[in-house]
Design a protein. Structure first.
Ligand SMILES: *Cc1c(COP(=O)(O)O)cnc(C)c1O
Length: 341
């Protein structure tokens, strides 16, 4: 199979149309058989539930070429389970988990020519999503839905090394208590756009959101969970019902405990504690871990001891171990690697 002529090392994180996508439709109470198709456009009613009332949720995962030449995905069963819980919260009919796994594998296999080669640093990003496709004018769940999976090759996240980020404490909230912060809903992103554009205009890379009820505890950023390292090498991650359960963060906790022998605490993290941590990182599929060098709270700067030039030592070990597992250089825990071909 011949790869596409793409400059893998210089790809960014943008949409590149690939050849095939998976589509299934829900109508009269059932999902149809689904199929791979070539048409990258969607034609729906102007009154579709997704367009009027944002009834949609999504997932994000990657396909990798391993050192020994296999194409694999990383813990896709957790994406299937998370999409199920997102659907349940949004009154969207669940796309069965086994079918989700098949759809992801079929879509990746059909776009094999776009899966970046081992060692390029690039990966194939996979975006499964579901939306209300039939007309809805009175506020109610749609009667019909579409599930799609498309792929797009994305470049190495850290070109020329991981540069630590500067983030600010946001005055906006990301998620309400008992709201939708724990599911991967498009609506959670629509309302974060104002805050991120404003942050960028003011020279910050990301927003740190605190818990909206008390504004004393660390939650997450717009699209990544926090992971902290204490001065005595304990890994600490915030626990809250309104944080999106990152698969990367959950995997890093296992890596910290079982591969690096570190103590891990999942608990409430008060903002007041942050000044005492040694390292801070943002966890998500896109970057695995992005190091944070500085956190600014209304003019008051917290400079992490790990500094502004490179990843802290524990963050680096976590990053190297998890990416080693994903690329097949380090043996994975049972069930983590899903071989496509
Ligand atoms: C997707 C997402 C993450 C990261 O989750 P991963 O499964 O690690 O990619 C973190 N926070 C939010 C709000 C997200 O939407």
């Amino acid at each position: 199979m011949e790869k596409k002529n793409i400059d893998w090392a210089n790809l960014g994180f943008g949409y590149v149309q690939t050849d095939k996508r998976y589509v299934a439709n829900y109508k009269d109470g059932a999902w149809d058989d689904g199929a791979l198709i070539s048409d990258a456009t969607v034609a729906i009613s102007e009154c579709a539930g997704v367009l009027q009332y944002a009834q949609t949720c999504f997932e994000g995962l990657k396909a990798y070429t391993t050192e020994d030449g296999h194409i694999v995905t990383f813990r896709p069963d957790l994406n299937a389970a998370r999409l199920k819980s997102s659907c349940e919260r949004l009154e969207i009919p669940v796309f069965p988990e086994e079918r989700f796994l098949e759809a992801v594998s079929e879509t990746v296999a059909a776009n094999e020519a776009y899966v970046p080669p081992y060692g390029s640093g690039a990966t194939l990003y996979i975006r499964p999503f579901i939306f209300g496709s039939s007309a809805v004018i009175g506020v109610a769940p749609a009667a019909e839905y579409q599930f799609r999976v498309f792929t797009t090759p994305v470049g190495p996240y850290f070109k020329g090394g991981a540069k630590p980020l500067t983030i600010r404490v946001s005055d906006f909230d990301r998620a309400a208590p008992h709201g939708t912060g724990h599911i991967k809903a498009g609506l959670n992103y629509a309302m974060s756009l104002y805050a991120i554009v404003d942050a960028h205009q003011k020279g910050f890379d990301e927003n740190m959101y605190l818990d909206p009820a008390t504004r004393t505890k660390v939650e997450e950023t717009g699209g990544a969970n926090f992971l902290f390292v204490t001065k005595d090498n304990k890994v600490v991650t915030p626990k809250s019902d309104s944080i999106l359960p990152s698969i990367t963060r959950r995997s890093l906790i296992t890596v910290a405990r079982d591969y690096l022998g570190l103590e891990v605490e999942e608990r409430e993290v008060f903002f007041d504690e942050v000044k005492d941590f040694a390292e801070c990182g943002l966890c998500g599929t896109a970057a695995v871990i992005s190091p944070v060098g500085k956190i600014v709270d209304h003019g008051k700067e917290i400079c992490l001891p790990s500094g502004m030039t490179e990843m802290g030592p524990v963050t680096k070990k976590l990053y190297d171990t998890l990416t080693g597992i994903q690329m097949g250089r380090i043996e994975a825990p049972e069930g983590w690697i899903h071989v496509i071909k």
